[in-house]
Design a protein around this ligand. Structure first.
Ligand SMILES: C[S@@+](CC[C@H](N)C(=O)[O-])C[C@H]1O[C@@H](n2cnc3c(N)ncnc32)[C@H](O)[C@@H]1O
Length: 228
């Protein structure tokens, strides 16, 4: 775990390759796994239109938003991540590609965006990096920032798949929480509507790269606050 300051004080997070010093191999590893194809599949599902505001939580080195920028340059794209070193890489790559993407240090559980200001929230390979409390905060924050007709699109590891769900990793609560039925329950608990699985994909590492897509919406009334 690595530490970064959030509004509420120092907060821990799990970096892209789990260990901070492995960041230089994040992009080569992503290519090896075939993450680029999965990013494209996520963007196909998100159906982003010109003029929309798109937020990626846990954007890391910025590969998903760069792929979006190549498809659809006329969007207001914002990526947040607590990992400053990953964001430096993301900014450098966006500048080289002449893409106007905003990358900001931040935690998914504490977004600095106003209520109902985002058309699409994207999340790729990051949900299983969050512990239970941060995941709950993050999904509530996503609901808060989405416009009433906004959508959340996620791709993450399949915590139930052999490879992810067996052996040593099985005991990791973050992997156990990535079983599709638990992700869907978490979406509903956060007050997101229409949470559903939206297809599956495989990377190049076979059983070690089984991914599930999810979608959810923001429509509906605010959940009734629990009695004090
Ligand atoms: C496996 S990487 C995925 C990066 C990118 N989305 C991609 O598709 O290549 C997971 C990312 O989640 C970030 N992360 C971990 N905890 C986070 C949190 N609480 N809020 C936002 N991002 C977080 C990590 O720093 C890391 O960059």
């Amino acid at each position: 775990m690595t530490e970064q300051r959030s509004a509420s004080g120092p907060q821990h997070y799990l970096p892209g390759m789990s260990l901070h010093w492995l960041l230089p191999i994040y992009d080569p590893f992503s290519r090896l796994v075939g993450a680029g194809r999965v990013h494209q599949q996520l963007l196909d599902r998100a159906e982003i239109r010109p003029g929309q505001r798109v937020l990626e939580i846990g954007c890391g080195t910025g590969n998903l938003l760069r792929a979006l920028g190549r498809r659809q340059p006329d969007v207001d794209a914002i990526g947040i991540d607590p990992d400053q070193a990953a964001l430096r890489l993301a900014r450098r790559k966006a500048a080289r590609a002449k893409l106007a993407i905003r990358y900001e240090v931040g935690f998914a559980g504490d977004l600095s965006l106003p209520d109902a200001s985002v058309d699409r929230v994207l999340s790729a390979f990051m949900l299983h990096h969050l512990d239970a409390d941060e995941r709950t905060r993050a999904l509530r924050e996503i609901r808060r920032v989405l416009r009433p007709d906004g959508q959340l699109h996620i791709v993450d590891i399949d915590g139930a798949a052999p490879g992810h769900g067996n052996g040593r990793l099985h005991s990791d609560p973050r992997v156990a929480a990535s079983r599709p039925e638990r992700v869907l329950a978490a979406l509903t608990e956060a007050g997101l509507t229409g949470g559903a699985e939206n297809g599956r994909s495989r990377g190049r590492l076979g059983r070690l790269s089984s991914f599930v897509f999810y979608r959810a919406g923001r429509a509906g009334r605010d959940p009734v606050a629990p009695p004090a």
